[in-house]
Design a protein around this ligand. Structure first.
Ligand SMILES: Nc1nc2c(c(=O)[nH]1)N[C@H]1C(S)=C(S)[C@@H](COP(=O)(O)OP(=O)(O)OC[C@H]3O[C@@H](n4cnc5c(=O)[nH]c(N)nc54)[C@H](O)[C@@H]3O)O[C@H]1N2
Ligand SMILES: Nc1nc2c(c(=O)[nH]1)N[C@H]1C(S)=C(S)[C@@H](COP(=O)(O)OP(=O)(O)OC[C@H]3O[C@@H](n4cnc5c(=O)[nH]c(N)nc54)[C@H](O)[C@@H]3O)O[C@H]1N2
Ligand SMILES: [Mo]
Length: 687
């Protein structure tokens, strides 16, 4: 999403810099943007379709043979075992690739299987379920108006490193400085004193997975003070009394000892939020990928609403994206697909056409009707990125057929039968359909491809389309991503003012469409045009929260630490490790631990320790740090490399995978999202 300026000569990159004229990123660039040149030049990037040979090696095959094989095997497996025998996993990069966004729905339709999975359920699923139930559409995401707010609370997110999430916020450091310069405050709630906490005005350590209690107590306080303010939304809100009643037991005094934040501080935060001219609470990864992710996202929305900070300047607002998925398919969220099906083996909820990826392994392993026999992994590396990757790896190895569409050989597709490599990055054009829709300002930017791809290379969308056509037995309809984008732009909010692909091409820095505006009442997708403050689904789940924390079940003394994840500025999920530029510096795959915790078990800085969960054990270097809350340890996500194939896995960082420790049975029962944070572990000296 950051505008970049690339100087080049022929096929040689001379420099990559932030584009100062980009209306959203304003010259900001992160190390990953500079590294685009490394991925472009990388000799390890795959360029020709590969087929696994009988002895476990790889041979290159033609595109025609590759696409035919994939389509024919899918058809044959479905003819024998039924439609649901073929599963799909869509990984994170699909969301950053307009061709995939546009053409994947057709492929999924052509496959026609219920067994669909994606990175959503290890990431932001709770946001979607909350938006669906409260605002009528899973993609109607509230976005913090960071440029005008005067009080910002961030729960479980670290935008100094991540550039924000469910809040596209390039140049967070500059925006934060501006917030503080106008007298505003940033408060961070995190079990780690993060890079963002370091810049904040206040940071409170919170015990992992207790955020829902903290949020409930904040709303409780607002009711107690009789300070509910609904402003222009007054006549469009239902469930206010129901919310009050549901939260009456969650007083600051009662939840304080469990969360680790004192009752005085909880009340002070509520008071500050109420007093500020424009305040906002944003909860993300740490609050989503945990046992109570659904409750956290519901309560975050409710807190912003009852404090009068919803759909107004300086609070949570909604974008009016130039290419809008919701406008293009307005009925989509209304018939709530949540819970329409339960997963076959353990009865986990279905949402928006998918099951939680935590059940993928058991759905492969367990015999019976609808057992998964084949898997298509598109821009994903689930063996590293989903809980209990070791179990998933074993399961994937027993499949009849595995296909991957990727740019690298990774820890997952080394088990594939066919790999379809694609052209991306500097060789592809893009418009960030999804991330513009979650940005802190309405802007629009189209980036043309810098370099032509080679003749024998294919784009993701071409591959996806080719398989779709074969499955449907249909000729090419000639559609391109650009045609679909142009149509969306012209029929969108700014189409009447002449916005089109042509206009974007004529404005390479991007077009500023202005600050976020109050628009929820036009965008709301609920049938009764009401915002539901207290949907039954969520209110009912409070019982699980109550039972977890207020019934006596004893401390887990063997696994005495809670393990949480983190991100590094110079690594992106599971796959950017091949860039020397990003790999530089000291070992980043360390276990952060509070010095007092280390002393208690006789561990020193830099020592390699053994860390064990109920799933498995790994060895990792310890880095002692006052950043950590006592009793909590942190390691980065995305690492790990099990070079089993004997072939160099290009995307491997080395280090160890946090998902060797995470437990796939720990999920947010409400939404199905994996509880990646809060894994109970023990840490021991190596003998
Ligand atoms: N324990 C723990 N686990 C986590 C997380 C955590 O915080 N803690 N974070 C979770 C989150 S938020 C996410 S999003 C997931 C991410 O995990 P995944 O969804 O598995 O995705 P990535 O690791 O980003 O990338 C997957 C693959 O996409 C390929 N790729 C890159 N660009 C393209 C492209 O343009 N086209 C194609 N076809 N392939 C491409 C890369 O080579 C890589 O192999 O991990 C999740 N896992
Ligand atoms: N450099 C870089 N940037 C990235 C990525 C990357 O891999 N590298 N990945 C991208 C992706 S796919 C995503 S989804 C976004 C995610 O972006 P963010 O939402 O900012 O996620 P993280 O940086 O993982 O930060 C999560 C924070 O939650 C804290 N935490 C853990 N458990 C709890 C808890 O129980 N309660 C609370 N309150 N906090 C907790 C952790 O200590 C951590 O600081 O980042 C994106 N940006
Ligand atoms: Mo993510």
């Amino acid at each position: 999403m950051c505008g970049i300026e690339i100087e080049y000569k022929g096929k040689e990159i001379l420099s990559i810099k932030g584009d100062k004229k980009d209306p959203l990123s304003q010259g900001h660039i992160c190390p990953k943007g500079v590294a685009l040149q490394d991925f472009y030049k990388d000799p390890d990037r795959l360029r020709k379709p590969l087929r696994k040979t009988a002895n476990g090696g790889w041979e290159t095959i033609s595109w025609e043979v590759a696409i035919d094989t994939v389509a024919n095997r899918i058809k044959a497996i479905q003819a024998k075992h039924g439609k649901n025998a073929v599963a799909t996993f869509l990984g994170n990069p699909n969301a950053h690739n307009m061709g995939n966004t546009f053409f994947l729905p057709f492929l999924l339709k052509a496959i026609g299987s219920k067994n669909r999975f994606s990175a959503s359920s290890v990431d932001q699923l709770p946001h979607h379920v909350a938006s669906n139930y409260m605002f009528g559409h899973g993609l109607l995401s509230p976005i913090p108006d960071i440029d005008r707010t005067n009080f910002m609370m961030m729960i479980g997110s670290n935008p100094m490193v991540s550039n924000g999430s469910m809040m596209t916020v390039p140049n967070f450091p500059k925006r934060l400085k501006a917030l503080q310069a106008r007298g505003g405050k940033l408060v961070v709630i995190d079990p780690r004193h993060t890079e963002t906490a370091e810049k904040a005005d206040q940071h409170f350590f919170i015990k992992p997975e207790t955020d829902a209690l903290f949020l409930a107590a904040l709303i409780h306080t607002v009711f107690k003070k009789d300070s509910v303010r609904l402003k222009h939304l007054q006549t469009h809100i239902k469930g206010l009394e129901k919310l009050k009643a549901a939260l009456q037991n969650f007083s600051p005094e009662r939840v304080a000892p469990i969360t680790g934040i004192t009752a005085t501080n909880i009340k002070a935060i509520a008071t500050q939020m109420l007093a500020a001219e424009g305040a906002v609470c944003h909860s993300r990864m740490g609050a989503s990928t945990q046992l109570f992710g659904g409750l956290c996202q519901w309560l975050t929305n409710a807190l912003n609403i009852v404090t009068g900070n919803f759909d107004c300047e300086g609070g949570m607002m909604f974008t009016q994206p130039a290419a809008d998925h919701i406008m293009a398919s307005p009925k989509k969220g209304r018939p709530r697909s949540y819970g329409r099906y339960q997963s076959r083996v353990s009865g986990k909820p279905y949402y928006n056409g998918e099951f939680p990826v935590s059940v993928l392994a058991e759905e492969i392993e367990t015999e019976g009707e609808d057992q998964i026999k084949a898997l298509l992994v598109i821009a994903g590396n689930p063996i590293l990125s989903t809980p209990n990757g070791l179990r998933l790896e074993k399961a994937i190895q027993q499949l009849e057929f595995v296909v991957s569409i990727d740019i690298y050989l990774n820890e997952t597709n080394c088990h594939a039968d066919i790999i379809l490599p694609v052209a991306t990055g500097l060789e592809a054009s893009n418009y960030d359909v999804i991330f513009h829709a979650m940005a802190v300002r309405n802007t629009a930017k189209y980036s043309p491809a810098l370099f032509n791809k080679a003749k024998d290379q294919r784009y993701d969308w071409e591959v996806i389309k080719a398989i779709t056509q074969k499955l449907f037995n249909m000729p090419d309809n000639g559609f391109t991503p650009e045609m679909i984008l142009d149509n969306m732009l012209q029929s969108g909010y700014y189409g009447k003012d002449g916005l089109s692909l042509e206009k974007l091409k004529a404005n390479p820095h991007g077009i500023d469409l202005g600050a976020l505006r109050p628009c929820l009442l036009q965008r709301l997708q609920t049938d009764d045009e009401q915002i539901d403050l207290a949907p039954d689904l969520f209110v009912t789940d409070l019982t699980r929260l109550e039972n977890t924390y207020f019934s006596v079940n004893g401390e887990n003394t063997e696994f005495s630490f809670a393990l949480i994840g983190r991100r590094n500025l110079r690594h992106h999920n599971t796959w950017t490790h091949n860039s020397e530029r990003l790999k530089r510096g000291r070992n980043a795959c360390t276990l952060l631990m509070h010095p007092k915790d280390a002393t208690a078990i006789g561990i020193e800085n830099g020592e390699t320790v053994k860390i064990t969960s109920c799933i498995s054990s790994i060895n990792i270097e310890v880095e002692l740090s006052n950043e950590m809350m006592q009793g909590v340890v942190s390691m980065p996500q995305g690492w790990g490399n099990r070079k089993k194939t004997g072939m160099k896995i290009a995307a491997a960082y080395g280090g160890v995978s946090i998902n060797c420790l995470t437990d796939e049975t720990r999920i947010d029962e409400l939404t199905g999202n994996a509880a990646l944070n809060g894994t109970r572990v023990k840490v021991e000296k190596l003998e």
